[in-house]
Write a protein that binds this ligand. Structure first.
Ligand SMILES: [Mn+2]
Length: 435
C-alpha cells in the first residue's frame, strides 16, 4: 500500500491555494478498445496526484475552509458489489476508501447527481477542468442549473468558475522527495530495459523483437505500463520522429534508435539511446553520435537554478550548429546558422520537456512572456538529436543517420542530478556492452 500522507498534504495545499469554493476532480473514464474490450485502465493524473486512488468511476471533491467550517475532502467511488467483484476484482467501496485514503467523507458514485447540487449551493467559486471532456462539462452545467432552480429558497450559485489546473500544474511541476523516489525507481527499470536492448540486438532481428525485450523488462520489474508507445527505429526509420511501426528488419550497418520508458506508480521515465546494430560504430556514425553527445553534455551543464528553461536548449543548439557546419550540412557562421534556422533541417524539435506523472508533464514553460527560471524539484528531459534525411545538398554518406540521446534530469539546489545516468551512452561503453 502506498503511503497516503503525501496525498492528504497535497489536498490540503490545494484547498489553501483555492482560498474559497469547491473543487471537483474526476478520474479518467474507462475506454473501449473494440466491442466490449477495454484499453488497459489508467487513472487521471490530477485525480491520482490528490488521492492515490486507482479505481475508475471516482470523483474527488475538495471544499475550502471558511470562517465557520474546516476544509473538507470527499470521495465518490464505486460501491462494494459481490457480483461485480467476482468478475472485475476487488473494489474498496466508500467506507473502506474513506478510512484507507484519509477522506472526511465518501459516498457511492451513484449519489453524485443527487449530492453535488447540495455541495455546490452557497459556494462562492467552483474549481474544475473545463473543456477536458464535453460530457463532464455538461454534467457540471447541469448541477449548477439545479442549484439555480432553487435560488428562490435562498441558496446562491457559485459566481466564479476557475480552472483548477492552473493551481495543480504549478504544484505538480515541483516534485517532492517521495515523488522523486518513485521517478528514480521508474528510471532504474527503464535503464535496465535499454541495457537489455543493447545486449540483445543482432543484425537480422526485427524492431518488434527489441520492443518485446523492453516491455519484458518493464513488466518484470513491476512497472504497470510503458509511459508512452516505445519507438524502436532502425536506420532511416530513426529520422521519423514519432515512428511506432516497429516492424522493420535491423541491418548490420545501421544505427538503432530506441526511445522508451516505463510508468511506475503513476510516474513516467523517458530515455532515448542510439547504438549500432552490429555493436560497432562506423567512423561516420561515431562522428555524428559524438556531436549529439557533446550537445547533450552542454545542455545538461546548463540545468541549474538561476538558469532559465531555455538555456539548455540554447547550449545544445550552439554545439549542434557548429557540428552541422563541420559536417558540411550547414554553411556560414554558427550565429548565421542559428539566426536563419537552417539547423532545423537536421534538428527540428526542442531539447526537452517537463517530466512527471505525464511523460510530457504539466507546467508552464514561460511566465509573463519570459522563459521561466529552473527551480529545485523540477524534472525535465534533455534530448538533443540529429536526423539526416536524403537531400540534394547533403553528403550521401550521411544519409539516413538518425540519432537522439535523452536523459531524465532533476534540478537540485546546486545544479542537477541525472536519474538515468546508468544507461550506457559513451561510445566505448556501448561497444563493450554489445560485444
Ligand atoms: Mn522525451
Amino acid at each position: 500500500m502506498t503511503q497516503i500522507q503525501p496525498f492528504i498534504v497535497r489536498r490540503q495545499l490545494l484547498a489553501t491555494r483555492m482560498q474559497s469554493g469547491i473543487a471537483i476532480i474526476p478520474t479518467a473514464p474507462e475506454r473501449l478498445r473494440n466491442r466490449d474490450a477495454h484499453y488497459p485502465y489508467r487513472f487521471d493524473s490530477y485525480f491520482y496526484y490528490l488521492t492515490g486512488f486507482r479505481e475508475p468511476e471516482a470523483v474527488l471533491v475538495i471544499i475550502a475552509e471558511t470562517d465557520k467550517t474546516p476544509a473538507k475532502h470527499i470521495l465518490f467511488c464505486r460501491e462494494k458489489n459481490q457480483e461485480r467483484e467476482i468478475w472485475d476484482g476487488y473494489r474498496y467501496g466508500p467506507e473502506a476508501a474513506r478510512e484507507m485514503f484519509g477522506f472526511d467523507a465518501a459516498y457511492p458514485i451513484s449519489k453524485l447527481d443527487e449530492l453535488l447540487p447540495q455541495l455546490l449551493a452557497d459556494q462562492p467559486a467552483i474549481h474544475v477542468a473545463l473543456g477536458l471532456d464535453p460530457a463532464w462539462d455538461q454534467r457540471i452545467v447541469g448541477w449548477l442549473n439545479r442549484v439555480r432552480e432553487q435560488t428562490r429558497t435562498g441558496v446562491t450559485v457559485p459566481g466564479k468558475i476557475q480552472d483548477c489546473r492552473v493551481l495543480l500544474d504549478e504544484m505538480r511541476l515541483i516534485k517532492s522527495t517521495d515523488e522523486l523516489q518513485i521517478m528514480q525507481r521508474a528510471a532504474d527499470i527503464s535503464v535496465q530495459a535499454h541495457q537489455r536492448a543493447m545486449q540483445t540486438t543482432r543484425p537480422g532481428m526485427r524492431e518488434y523483437e527489441i520492443e518485446a525485450e523492453l516491455l519484458y523488462t518493464f513488466y518484470r520489474h513491476g512497472a504497470q505500463a510503458p509511459a508512452y508507445t516505445s519507438i524502436v527505429a532502425g536506420g532511416a526509420n530513426a529520422c521519423v520522429l514519432h515512428y511506432v511501426e516497429n516492424d522493420a528488419e535491423l541491418k548490420a550497418d545501421d544505427l538503432l534508435l530506441i526511445d522508451a520508458g516505463c510508468e511506475l506508480d503513476g510516474y513516467a521515465s523517458d530515455i532515448t539511446r542510439t547504438f549500432p546494430v552490429n555493436g560497432k560504430f562506423t567512423a561516420v556514425q561515431r562522428d555524428v553520435y559524438q556531436l549529439v553527445l557533446a550537445a547533450q553534455a552542454a545542455a545538461i551543464t546548463q540545468v541549474k537554478p538561476t538558469n532559465t528553461w531555455n538555456d539548455p536548449h540554447q547550449a545544445a543548439l550552439r554545439v549542434l550548429a557548429q557540428g552541422f557546419i563541420d559536417l558540411g550540412l550547414c554553411q556560414g557562421s554558427v550565429d548565421a546558422v542559428l539566426e536563419s534556422g537552417d539547423y532545423k533541417r537536421f534538428y527540428m524539435h526542442r531539447t526537452g520537456h517537463w517530466l512527471g506523472m505525464d511523460v510530457h508533464d504539466v507546467g508552464e514553460y514561460k511566465q509573463k512572456g519570459e522563459w521561466r527560471l529552473l527551480q529545485p524539484g523540477m524534472a525535465l528531459t534533455v534530448e538533443p538529436g540529429c536526423y539526416i534525411r536524403p537531400a540534394d545538398n547533403v553528403p550521401e554518406y550521411l544519409w539516413n543517420i538518425g540519432i537522439r540521446i535523452e536523459d531524465d534530469v532533476i534540478v537540485t539546489q546546486t545544479g542537477h542530478e541525472l536519474l538515468t545516468a546508468a544507461a550506457p551512452k559513451m561510445v566505448a561503453e556501448i561497444e563493450e556492452l554489445m560485444q
